[in-house]
Design a binder for this molecule. Structure first.
Ligand code: WTA
Length: 676
């Protein structure tokens, strides 16, 4: 079947944007465009998926022209190889992401609700229209420009989930600055590291955050983070709670006050498709967190398409999309901000926590806001199911149609509760696999090639244009056919792929493209079944996934090792009922040092809170006489993982270790402490 027949083809419509854009800056694409209207989920997706692989340049090119507004048409859809060095999309095109998210929707309906801010305070939401969000974005863009922020400059955003934080992201996009959002739960030292590594000149924050009724002193964290950091010349401080904070008379500026005198019109910068849009730090298996870089057009197209098709999202029907992730993570970037707003939808900004003021919070919100699409992490589902069904059933959830999940494997029990109790067995459960690096959803039950009914864990199918490969770690060969497990790689480029690691392109190549030449390596394992569906089995590297947050063992170990009484540490993840994985620290004390375990653990916890953030504090600790190592000195984490998962029978051959006796000692200590 031809692409034209699969996609309903409309005549191109010419639209002109509002005065804020400045007509002289806009030149509409002179190339032939085929605005595509992909129908919602249909069995035709199998043919469409095939088409996306057979003729990717045409597939993505057509979608980019119909889905996005260009200031100048691109001349080439893609120029990529899978060595990681040439990853370019929509070459020669000029675009402004904020125009795509705001101006064009304001043109059709300025009163349409863009954001619903579900504040921490229970039953208290605020509505922000597309016009209001555009006005705020322009004011902020003008303020940043007046302050000397130029195209390519990095701006750190350390703010609560709030409309002003979204406006800050989009203001950067409007003027071509690169935002670097740091989750407002990270400590001062983590924030400082991200500011220094990113070469940030301006920080945007708030006086305080509030989560679960508790204040979080954001401004004072920023004060500690930027102390002595010369690159930072300005800190803008928004008001969230109105609490008193220290203001440096030269560096710090109250945000709302400064914005109020700025114009609501800010001409959008015409940016190259491949100019950076944002950087976002994520943990890997080695060293410090890395700042992954995403660029303008490809990321935007991919976030918007996946939001529309993986979730079957219809803004024209008034769908309300509630992705409850924090904007400090990629899920918040793609499915709170960029995807839904590019599609002209209504997106919920969830500032609170799932159990505040009680475990019915999400479902009360669903009833009040008439949420149609709900997207969360398995850990939240597992936590809520423990509180019982009545917290869910007392609220009307008839508005819900799609229930999404991301971040870690969704176990059967959680899937069934989500589907049967929350979704009353009439919603579609969409478990989505993707990563900070991929920009958007890669594998999910929708769009489905065969329209089969999703069941726990399966079927997971690749999105348009995505061709997964499972590779044998032993031979490095791609495993063909059904019923195989291996390292999950991606064989061909897609528009949402990260382009580099800020300041360290070699690391980018080494991490993602060198392990299996010609493929993108995800760091996850997966299985393919007889029907070609995928099931994700978890990380295959030294990354622990706690409550859907990625934490590198190397980061944690270096943090624990800094304790004076500790000679050496190994940190591993072990299965946890609610968190998915929890963290276990095995610590070897310095020779001749008598340690008080309680004191030591308290010290270590305090230092992890300070250096990384509370979410990275290990759940279990064991003082051990030594670590299992190979003769060449490499720590055998595999053995520690088996011990911590209470699977001593699966330890395998330990005789090749430098000191096999140490395993028995660790096992005994572990059993005494943690096995009842
Ligand atoms: C894990 C979050 C199983 C995986 C968007 C991946 C998942 C890491 C799933 C990325 C899923 C994400 N099933 N595991 N549906 N989705 N993961 O960068 O290990 O914060 O590599 O991006 O989360 O986490 P990140």
């Amino acid at each position: 079947m031809s692409l034209q027949r699969l996609l309903r083809v409309r005549a191109p419509t010419r639209q002109f944007l509002r005065s804020s854009v400045g007509p002289s800056r806009l030149r509409w694409s002179s190339g032939v465009s085929y605005p595509l209207q992909l129908a919602s989920v249909t069995p035709q997706h199998a043919a469409l998926y095939k088409e996306s692989l057979v003729n990717p340049a045409r597939f993505w090119g057509d979608l980019a022209r119909s889905k996005l507004h260009w200031m100048e048409d691109f001349t080439q859809t893609m120029d990529c190889d899978m060595s990681g060095d040439r990853l370019k999309w929509f070459l020669g095109g000029k675009i402004n992401v904020s125009v795509n998210l705001l101006d064009r929707h304001v043109e059709t309906d300025p009163t349409k609700v863009a954001l619903i801010w579900e504040r921490d305070e229970p039953e208290d939401h605020q509505i922000i229209t597309y016009q209001e969000l555009l006005d705020e974005t322009c004011r902020l863009g003008n303020l940043l420009k007046r302050d000397g922020v130029r195209k390519g400059d990095r701006v750190a955003i350390y703010m609560p989930v709030s409309p002003v934080a979204v406006a800050a992201m989009l203001a950067c996009a409007r003027i071509g600055a690169v935002h670097n959002v740091v989750f407002a739960g990270f400590s001062a030292e983590s924030l400082r590291a991200r500011i220094i590594d990113g070469g940030v000149s301006v920080v945007m924050t708030a006086d305080e955050g509030v989560r679960g009724g508790r204040g979080i002193p954001l401004k004072s964290v920023v004060d500690d983070a930027v102390e002595g950091v010369e690159s930072v010349r300005r800190v803008f401080v928004a008001t969230r709670t109105g609490s008193k904070v220290n203001m440096d008379p030269v560096r710090d500026v109250p945000l709302e006050q400064a914005m109020s005198s700025e114009s609501r019109v800010c001409p959008p910068e015409a940016l190259d498709s491949e100019d950076s849009l944002f950087m976002l730090y994520t943990s890997g298996s080695t060293g410090r967190p890395k700042g992954l870089v995403h660029t303008q057009a490809g990321y935007l197209l991919y976030a918007a398409l996946t939001q529309q098709y993986a979730f079957d999202y219809h803004p024209e029907r008034g769908d309300v999309f509630a992705c409850v992730a924090d904007i400090g993570w990629i899920t918040g970037h793609s499915y709170v901000v960029y995807g839904p707003l590019c599609n002209g939808g209504t997106t919920v900004l969830f500032e609170s926590v799932p159990t505040y003021p009680n475990p019915g919070r999400y479902w009360e919100m669903v009833e009040r806001l008439k949420v149609t699409h709900f997207y969360t992490a398995p850990t939240a589902i597992r936590m809520l199911l423990k509180f019982g069904d009545s917290w869910v059933s007392k609220y009307d959830r008839s508005s819900l149609r799609t229930l999404g999940c991301v971040g870690e494997p969704l176990n059967d029990e959680a899937w069934l509760w989500y589907n049967n109790v929350v979704g009353e067995d009439r919603c579609t459960v969409v478990d989505t696999w993707w990563q900070t690096e991929t920009g958007g959803i890669m594998i999910s039950p929708r769009p489905s090639p065969d329209d089969s009914t999703p069941k726990p864990g399966l079927p997971m199918t690749p999105f348009f244009g995505i061709e997964p490969a499972l590779v044998s770690p032993e031979t490095g060969r791609v495993l063909e056919g059904p019923n195989v497990s291996g390292h999950l790689c991606i064989q061909r480029p897609w528009p949402g792929m990260a382009r580099t690691i800020h300041g360290d392109h070699d690391k980018f190549i080494n991490t993602y493209y060198r392990p299996y030449p010609g493929l993108y390596f995800s760091g996850d394992g997966a299985r393919r079944d007889a029907e070609g569906h995928y099931q994700i089995t978890g990380r295959v590297d030294d990354v622990i996934n706690v409550k859907g947050h990625r934490i590198g063992t190397a980061e944690l170990e270096s943090c624990v090792d800094q304790n004076e009484s500790i000679a050496e540490t190994a940190v591993v993840g072990y299965p946890h009922d609610t968190f998915g994985e929890a963290i276990y620290a095995f610590m070897v004390p310095m020779e001749g040092v008598a340690v008080d375990e309680e004191e030591l653990v308290a010290d270590i916890q305090a230092s992890i809170r300070k250096k990384i953030g509370s979410f990275a504090v290990p759940q279990r600790y064991l003082i051990v006489p030594g670590l299992p190592k190979t003769r060449s000195g490499k720590i055998m984490r595999r053995i520690l993982k088996k011990i911590s998962a209470d699977q001593p029978e699966e330890l395998g051959d330990t005789s090749t270790l430098a000191d096999p006796a140490v395993v028995q000692l660790i096992l005994t200590k572990h059993s005494d402490k943690y096995v009842s």
